[in-house]
Design a protein around this ligand. Structure first.
Ligand code: SF4
Length: 464
């Protein structure tokens, strides 16, 4: 979400004639985009912005901006705490960024703009330049969140749910595909809660039923050149039979769903206010697995939530096995400002949290290794993303890396790496590694006339 927001900020600034700078020394404006989900976000931000104090002293006309969730969360207080900060801008006010910067250059007082656009939500359209689209483009479907998970700061920093009109979403997807993107990742805090009165009504009167399946159908129908469609993150509540049916019917939908569960214990799920039980979550897992042959799932898990006992944690471990996740993101609980869980005692010690996290990773690592081994010898459709990073992190010469439609990473040795970027290639899996696969091309892909997709994504944190 934040990478996507950075891109939109870059687009907005470019639209007003600004260009990205290579270094901070060359920049006239520096924008820090921030995330407050993890601990100590504000301290990290203050330390990063603090490093610019000498530069600001020597160049008082340098405009320093803080954007994103920490900006929204702290607002004007940030201006009080960081003397050389000029502008604080919340996620809903990004469109005002160029004007705010110009006002600073004209001598206006320092300013914080953190107003939610509740009555008239604004979604910035993508402005991809032909040939510069990434292989995977991000498209926003909604903003905010109406859930109240007790550990989460998002409803506070992003406000209530507002949905983007389906027409705008489809147009954005088409623009990205025309510019060279092969895959689109639909983004929303609870992406499957999507509603739009212009779409056919939900499939049933079930209050958890939404129009997200219709949105998926519309995209698949209207953008036939799209290679792959993914979405993140669904709330399990809305993983209804009609969404599972969409997985059975829409070929372009990836055979992988990332569905956060957070805990395997009903007691903890209740304290987290997740609004589903372990059994209901597992029912949705089975529903998805039954809808599409070979569909895999990944998840998010928080360990050490207030009150989590050894027995609660054991239930999380058993759920990881029962659901058969192929990967997961695990986090140790940390109290976040403005969250309901602050009222609960943070009573699991840091050493217990670390120990449980290590045990969780041990279980998922073993599960992942076993799963990847089952793919050796199979043929997979791999979307090539770019030059390969070896498991040690160095760039492999003549080696590309891509993903199957189930999100497994595959490294392939090829003659001409650049020519394959953005292609979906038939690949035989020759070996499984700890976290990835090694494959060889079954046959070279047919040439496809299209703009060249760029090899790397630029994170525009520095704007000049
Ligand atoms: S669903 Fe829960 S965890 Fe996800 S953004 Fe909303 S409040 Fe946060």
């Amino acid at each position: 979400m934040n990478v996507h927001d950075s891109d939109r900020m870059s687009d907005v600034m470019r639209g007003h004639g600004w260009k990205s700078a290579d270094t901070i020394d060359e920049a006239d404006v520096v924008v820090f985009n921030t995330c407050s989900v993890r601990e100590k976000a504000e301290q990290k931000l203050r330390s990063e912005v603090g490093k610019l104090a000498p530069l600001k002293l020597s160049r008082p006309d340098l405009v320093i901006v803080v954007a994103g969730c920490v900006a929204q969360q702290e607002g004007e207080k940030l201006l009080g705490r960081i003397a050389h900060l000029d502008v604080v801008v919340g996620p809903d006010n990004v469109v005002e960024l160029p004007d705010l910067v110009m006002a600073q250059l004209g001598g206006a007082p320092r300013v914080a703009r953190t107003v939610f656009d509740i009555d008239a939500p604004r979604f910035l359209p993508a402005a991809p330049r032909a040939g510069e689209a990434p292989v995977t483009a991000f498209v926003t479907t909604m903003k905010g969140c109406d859930e109240r998970c007790s550990f989460c700061v998002v409803p506070y920093t992003r406000g209530p749910e507002r949905y983007r009109p389906a027409r705008e979403i489809v147009d954005d997807v088409a623009r990205w595909v025309d510019a060279g993107a092969r895959e689109v990742l639909l983004l929303g805090q609870t992406v499957d809660s999507f509603r739009d009165p212009a779409l056919p009504p939900p499939a049933s009167d079930d209050p958890d039923e939404t129009q997200f399946p219709e949105l998926l159908r519309l995209i698949a129908r209207e953008v036939p050149r799209l290679g792959r469609l993914r979405y993140t993150s669904p709330h399990p509540r809305h993983l209804t039979p009609s969404l599972a049916r969409a997985h059975a019917e829409i070929d372009v939908l990836a055979r992988h769903v990332h569905m956060p569960v957070q805990s395997g214990s009903d007691r903890i799920l209740k304290r987290m206010i997740r609004r589903y039980t372990r059994a209901e979550y597992l029912e949705r897992v089975r529903r998805l697995q039954a809808a599409r042959d070979g569909l895999t799932l990944s998840t998010d898990i928080i360990v050490g939530f207030p009150g989590e006992t050894e027995d609660d944690f054991a239930q999380t471990l058993s759920l990881v096995e029962e659901a058969g996740f192929t990967s997961l993101y695990g986090f140790a609980y940390s109290p976040r400002p403005h969250t309901p869980a602050l009222r609960l005692a943070d009573d699991v010690s840091e050493s217990e949290k670390s120990e449980r996290l290590a045990r969780l990773f041990e279980v998922i690592d073993a599960q992942q290794v076993r799963y990847l081994a089952t793919l050796a010898g199979t043929v997979q459709q791999v979307l090539v993303e770019g030059a390969s990073k070896s498991e040690k992190g160095d760039l492999g010469k003549g080696r590309v890396q891509g993903r199957t439609d189930r999100n497994e990473i595959v490294h392939i040795d090829v003659e001409d790496a650049a020519a394959l970027v953005g292609e979906i290639v038939e690949t035989r899996i020759v070996r499984s590694n700890r976290r990835s696969l090694a494959g060889e091309l079954v046959h070279p892909p047919p040439p496809r006339p299209r703009p060249l997709a760029s090899l790397k994504r630029v994170l525009p944190v520095v704007v000049a």
